[in-house]
Design a binder for this molecule. Structure first.
Ligand code: C2E
Ligand code: MG
Ligand code: MG
Ligand code: MG
Length: 283
């Protein structure tokens, strides 16, 4: 009995905590309502080839547009959606919406641009399956290259064996997989060696000072070499200026994404931009 009691964490219960708990519950309910009322939107940020700055894909990033017009960042609600399990239905909506967006890209003649969707660990474990993704593609008439998945290292930490099996199945089907924010979690070289990944995304935190800080530069150079050594395409996130872009080009990075090249934008703006880029390239 004593041993058991010792395992029980000491909880200091006070009024502030009960208020916090109540606020969380209310926010979970608001998220549930938001999903039902269609208050989520996707913004799309272009991912460019570094060689000629052509757009090869876009990353779908969720936004919550409140009825008062205010836009809530995913950083402010994804963690709670993950904890409450709501990320599973929200993530399913994201995939369906991305599939609809891909149809519009393809109809506009840009079926070559794929859409990268962020997938949380909880969602990868209980909301994603090979059959589910096959059904989604069949229903929307999508080629397999239409949707990429971006996974973070947390996906692999949660249940490594199950995650690996699913990744291998998706890879067999031809689904492109990225490891997102690489370097920020418990980056294990074993993941990179053993898992069927296609892209390694270098976190913005390392890219930021690449042109001014030798230590950031050393890390990015190493990550680019590591990715290439393993046959992966390397994507740099958060490119905000020309100096970073030049540095990444000189170091042989493959793909870039960031405010310097394009902010996340609504689908209509993306379509206009792609059409504009095309006509300016044709000129
Ligand atoms: P992430 O997947 O690493 O996405 C990149 C984030 O960096 C996005 O933030 C993007 O807007 C931001 N970003 C891109 N370029 C720049 C830049 O040049 N400078 C700066 N300062 N920021 C840049 P966002 O949209 O706020 O999303 C934050 C995170 O929320 C994402 O990080 C991802 O982990 C998560 N997230 C977003 N959408 C979804 C989703 O549909 N499902 C799940 N599970 N998570 C999502
Ligand atoms: Mg991402
Ligand atoms: Mg990222
Ligand atoms: Mg990041």
């Amino acid at each position: 009995l004593r041993a058991r009691a010792e395992k029980v964490p000491l909880v200091v219960y006070d009024r502030q905590m009960s208020t916090q708990a109540a606020e969380r519950l209310a926010l979970v309910q608001r998220l549930r309502d938001a999903l039902e009322r269609g208050e989520f939107e996707l913004a799309y940020q272009p991912i460019h080839r570094l060689s000629d700055l052509g757009v090869v894909s876009v990353e779908a990033l969720i936004r919550w547009r409140r009825p008062d017009g205010r836009c809530v960042s995913p950083l402010d609600f994804i963690p709670l959606a993950e904890e409450s399990g709501l990320i599973v239905p929200i993530g399913a909506w994201v995939l369906e919406e991305a599939a609809r967006a891909y149809r519009r890209l393809a109809d506009a003649g840009r079926g070559d641009v794929s859409i990268a969707v962020n997938v949380s660990a909880v969602q990868f474990e209980s909301g994603i399956s090979r059959d589910g993704l096959r059904a989604l593609r069949a229903g929307a008439g999508l080629p397999v290259r239409a949707l990429h998945l971006e996974l973070t290292e947390s996906v692999l930490l949660r249940n490594p064996d199950a995650a690996r099996v699913l990744m291998l199945q998706l890879h067999e089907d031809g689904v492109c997989l990225s490891i997102d924010d690489f370097g920020t979690g418990f980056s294990s070289m074993a993941y990179l060696r053993d898992l069927p990944l296609d892209h390694l995304k270098i976190d913005r935190g390392f890219v930021r000072d690449v042109a001014s800080d030798p230590r950031s530069a050393a890390i990015c150079r190493t990550l680019i070499g590591l990715g290439h050594g393993l046959g992966l395409s390397v994507v740099a996130e958060g490119v905000e200026d020309a100096a970073q872009l030049d540095w990444l080009r000189a170091e042989g990075c493959d793909l870039v994404q960031g405010y310097h090249l394009g902010r996340p934008m609504p689908l209509d703006a993306l379509l206009a931009r792609l059409a504009g880029l095309e006509s300016s390239a044709a000129r």
